[in-house]
Design a protein. Sequence first.
Length: 117
Amino acid sequence: MTERRASWAAAVFAAVTLVLIALLATERATAQNADADPARIDQGKHTYAENCSHCHGFNMVNSGAVVPDLRRFSGDKALFFTTVKNGRNNRMPPWGDLLSDDQIEGLWAYISSQRKP
């Protein structure tokens, strides 16, 4: 009987753990999509078309061989801002002097809306 209770307790613990993980993942996804204002996304799409599409491809479609496929960019907003402002690995030029923080926020909203995890 004790083994049966231990098995039952382990099953309940596993189920509760899975539910908590799912809730945390949902909360994180909701927080990441907090920038999902349609006007902000449209602004970012326009900024992307003017400044980013030459290298990253129209609608972010590219092979990902030379420049990263932005649809697969991580959800790290701080890394995104740093990369856009300062450039990266002498391949991506810095845009901090050319784009305002508001424009970069728009880019983040647009790219986040297109992400494919």
